[in-house]
Design a binder for this molecule. Structure first.
Ligand SMILES: [Zn+2]
Ligand SMILES: [Zn+2]
Length: 149
C-alpha cells in the first residue's frame, strides 16, 4: 500500500516538475502514516532520530512545497499553528479545543449541507469542511482526575 502511494508520489512530482529527493520521500512517507494532522514540528520530531541530516528548515520548506503543489492540505482549525493533512479529498474534522487533536470524519458520515446561492454569490464554490468542536475523552479524563485530586 505505502509502496503504491510512494509510486503515486513520484509520478505526481514528475508531473509538477519537482525533483524526487530522498528527503522528500521520507517526509511524504511520514505524512501518509500520520493521521494526526501533524505540524511541521511533529513531522520533524518523528523523523529526526532516523534521519539526523534532515533539518527543521528542510521539513518546513518541504511541507510548504507539498502544499503549494496540492499533495497535502493545510488545516488551521485552532490558534494559528499550521497543521498538515495528507487527505486532500473533502472531509470533515472533529477538533479538541483543549489539546488541539484533530480527527477525520469521512464526508459521507455527515448529511451534506445545502449552501444557499446568495452565500456563494459571484464566487466560485469549491468545497466545504465542517469542524466539530469538542473536548476529547483524554482531556475529559485529565480534567476529572484533577477535580478529584
Ligand atoms: Zn483533547
Ligand atoms: Zn483531515
Amino acid at each position: 500500500m505505502v509502496q503504491k502511494e510512494i509510486q503515486d508520489f513520484i509520478e505526481k512530482c514528475k508531473k509538477e516538475k519537482l525533483s524526487v529527493t530522498p528527503q522528500r520521500i521520507i517526509i511524504y512517507k511520514e505524512l501518509l502514516g500520520n493521521r494526526n494532522h501533524p505540524s511541521p514540528e511533529d513531522v520533524y520530531n518523528a523523523i529526526k532520530e532516523e534521519n539526523p541530516t534532515i533539518s527543521f528548515a528542510t521539513v518546513y520548506n518541504t511541507l510548504e512545497t507539498f502544499e503549494k503543489h496540492g499533495f497535502i492540505k493545510k488545516v488551521t482549525p485552532l490558534h494559528n499553528k499550521v497543521r498538515y493533512d495528507p487527505v486532500t479529498e473533502p472531509h470533515h474534522h472533529l477538533v479538541c479545543v483543549k489539546c488541539g487533536k484533530i480527527v477525520d470524519i469521512e464526508a459521507n458520515k455527515i448529511k451534506s449541507i445545502e449552501i444557499p446561492k446568495e452565500i456563494i454569490g459571484n464566487n466560485l464554490f469549491i468545497d466545504y469542511t465542517i469542524r466539530i468542536n469538542m473536548v476529547c475523552s483524554d482531556c475529559l479524563k485529565k480534567e476529572n482526575n484533577n477535580n478529584t485530586n
